[in-house]
Design a protein. Structure first.
Length: 469
């Protein structure tokens, strides 16, 4: 017999026995009274528990299960066990849902849950930021009322979701990739990703390939034209030598371009910091000054101004190539008779400053922020005529980035330019005493006696790191 049933019979049986006992002792009248009182007590006990269970079942959801006695102890204990178990499941379920919600919040892309009619159910913080949604205010609103770009509305209407749709946002401005992903029975999820950078990279790659092809096309056309001419016609030796010389110039241009491209690609692909080593600045400045004179063929005055000898921590070859590019530009963009000054000093705060100042053609302010972009030239024909590839300052920018150094450009059209490299203090060690090479350099200080034109260069702009090419 079941426990509850058994326990339920105990009280009526006790009343029955008591009634019989009273009958035997005191007679039927007293027995009837005893039976009535016993029955009332049993019924009252059950009614009381019935009321308790009714109160609990209709009361608040988290109310405790009431305690039961006698035959009610068993069902109440069973209900209590079930409620505890259900609460545990609910708790676990809540934790799982909370974990999923946190995971969805942590996704770097925007996620919006939509119902069958594409009304918003939920959106993570990234989606709210990207699409301008405000939760919970926008819950239940159609997504096309909030993302109104015609291409997205059409995408939602057509129901063809295999590919994402690209949507331009004018507020930021930025380019978003939006894709609807069906899941469950007829729910969908909208994934939003900011692809502005990716698109800019793709465009840069396309532009770069177009630029390289264009740069190679001109010299190749010239060379192949000369080859055909030399094949078809018989030239006297002097004429022939002239043509071969011109072909050689074009071949050198291509060689320079390929060399610069390889340098740039090596710099771009190396994410590791440069192979740092300590090197003295003054000998490097002397080498640069000698290079400048060789490039100038005596057509310019080359001055060297050394404020303080120092040791720099960095990759000497990379920095020599960057500084060399600035020196070569100064010579190439300064008409004969001008002055190029190569300078070095150490700031009070320990930062090193390498500067090349020229009295050349200068640069209009609107060009300055773009000079370090690959193939950006102010005057294409002048650059080409002087053997420029349009990659020099892009190489400079990359070398400086790798040394956490910055490039500052000050220039005035028709009067000259100053390209200044600022090297962080932790890469510069002041020389304890004047070394012999600094003494030699000091002899060269002010060589040519030309004044520094940067003092009067009014247009100044720091080239932002990580932009441009
Ligand atoms: P390029 O090989 O054409 O010289 P760079 O990247 O070295 O390429 O320089 C980019 C452009 O910046 C040049 O084409 C030129 O227009 C301008 N430029 C660079 N240095 C100077 C300078 N010292 N004076 C005037 N213009 C300069």
């Amino acid at each position: 017999m079941k426990a509850a049933f058994r326990k339920g019979l105990v009280a009526p049986a006790a009343v029955a026995f008591a009634t019989l006992a009273v009958w035997a002792v005191a007679g039927p009248l007293w027995a009837l009274g005893c039976l009535g009182a016993g029955a009332a007590a049993v019924v009252g006990f059950h009614l009381l528990h019935l009321q308790r269970v009714t109160d609990w079942a209709t009361g608040s959801l988290d109310a405790d299960v009431p305690a039961g006695r006698g035959s009610w102890a068993v069902p109440f204990a069973a209900i209590h066990r079930r409620v505890r178990l259900r609460k545990k499941y609910q708790q676990e379920l809540k934790q799982v849902i909370e974990r999923f919600r946190r995971a969805a919040e942590a996704i770097p892309d925007g996620v919006v849950l939509l119902d069958a009619r594409h009304h918003i159910q939920w959106a993570n913080a990234r989606a709210q930021a990207l699409l301008g949604l405000a939760m919970p205010i926008d819950r239940g609103r159609p997504i096309v009322n909030l993302v109104r770009q015609p291409e997205f509305v059409r995408y939602v209407d057509e129901g063809e979701y295999a590919e994402p749709v690209l949507v331009e946002q004018s507020r930021e401005p930025r380019l978003l990739s939006l894709q609807i992903v069906p899941f469950g029975v007829d729910e969908t999820m909208l994934l939003a990703r900011d692809v502005t950078q990716l698109e800019a990279l793709a465009r840069m790659r396309r532009d770069f390939i177009a630029n390289v092809s264009h740069e190679l096309k001109t010299p190749l056309t010239v060379v192949s034209g000369f080859i055909e001419t030399l094949q078809d016609l018989d030239f006297e030796p002097r004429q022939r030598a002239r043509y071969l010389g011109l072909m050689q110039d074009q071949a050198r241009n291509m060689q320079r371009l390929v060399d610069d491209l390889l340098t740039l690609s090596a710099l771009e692909s190396e994410h590791d910091p440069p192979n740092d080593a300590e090197f003295a600045v003054v000998p490097l400045l002397l080498e640069l000054s000698a290079d400048a004179k060789a490039l100038s063929h005596g057509e310019h005055e080359v001055a060297l101004e050394i404020g303080e000898a120092a040791v720099v921590v960095g990759n000497r070859d990379e920095l020599r190539s960057a500084f060399g590019n600035l020196v070569s530009n100064a010579i190439r963009y300064t008409p004969p008779g001008g002055t190029v000054t190569i300078g070095w000093s150490v700031d009070d705060d320990g930062r090193g400053r390498f500067a090349v100042t020229d009295t050349g053609i200068g640069i209009a302010p609107e060009h300055i922020p773009r000079l370090t972009e690959r193939f950006y030239r102010v005057d294409r024909s002048r650059s080409r005529a002087t053997g420029g590839t349009g990659l020099g300052l892009a190489i400079v920018k990359h070398v400086l980035l790798r040394h956490q150094a910055e490039l500052e450009i000050a220039s005035e059209p028709g009067r000259g330019s100053t390209f200044r490299v600022v090297i962080p203090a932790r890469r510069v060690r002041r020389a304890p005493s004047t070394p012999p090479d600094a003494g030699d350099a000091a002899l060269q200080r002010g060589e040519g006696g030309a004044p520094r034109p940067d003092a009067r260069a009014p247009t100044s702009s720091a080239v932002p790191r990580g932009t441009g090419s």
